[in-house]
Ligand binder design. Sequence first.
Ligand code: AHM
Ligand code: MG
Length: 279
Amino acid sequence: MNEIYEAIKRSAIRIKDAIINEDTGYSDNTNSTGDNQLKLDILSDKIIEEEFVHLTEVKELASEEKEDALTLHQNGKYLIGYDPLDGSSLIDVNLSVGSIFGIYENDYSGKSLKSAVYVVYGPRVELVIAGDDVKLYRLIDGEFKFIKVMRLNQEGKLNAPGGTQQHWPPHHKEMIDDIFKSGYRLRYSGGMVPDLHQILLKGGGLFSYPATTDVPNGKLRMTFEVFPFAFVYEKAAGEAIDGKKRLLDLTPKHIHDTTPCFFGSLEEIKLVKERYNGK
Ligand code: AHM
Ligand code: MG
């Protein structure tokens, strides 16, 4: 596992340099979800592939930017599901973006996830590793230095409601309105990595991306985005559900499958369960 963490650190440093120096324009390609790929999406994916290709413990790489998983070493133990540059359409306006990695064994189900890592490219570069607990590292003088263990409070004050409001189901709109009425502050940048990172570091709150009439299965992908963050939130003493069920109990039929998702501290997730009961 350590070699995997080291490969992620090397990738992160190279991707940070690419974000700073490379062209932020679109390529001529679309990915499997139909999104137009930025040149930086493709470059970040290539960087990660290059850093992982020689790791014999890695059997397969599954990237948000590639249709199919790529076999690296038939006898490898781990499968890596990753989003090389999440929120990349925010780069042209200079907002924070991230890379997300799930380290799986056997298959890409929530139960097979063994560890999760994400990187935030903001004013500073930070890396978070979730194993038995959730550790924050910061890039200082070319090296990731350990900063602290991150843990959610029982309840927070931030609310990050994703999806187009016009398409929210009524029970979801009512719940979000009530959360604001009880004093929560809006914190939503449109990048799940910085948005979820902020909730973790400020002690708690709720991030939601519900099922809507335009995206009935939600937008965010289980393998590359949802399961890794569900793992991080659970290890940080929070919870992550699809409205009713624990996200890490789900199994995608296809690596690009999406799900509605809610990540938060215990009190906020309790509220989601109450409001989604019977819906
Ligand atoms: P991407 O993988 O194509 O970058 O999309 C994922 C991003 C998440 O980072 C973010 O939470 C979400 O899309 C925002 O979607 P919306 O603009 O619909 O709220
Ligand atoms: Mg993404």
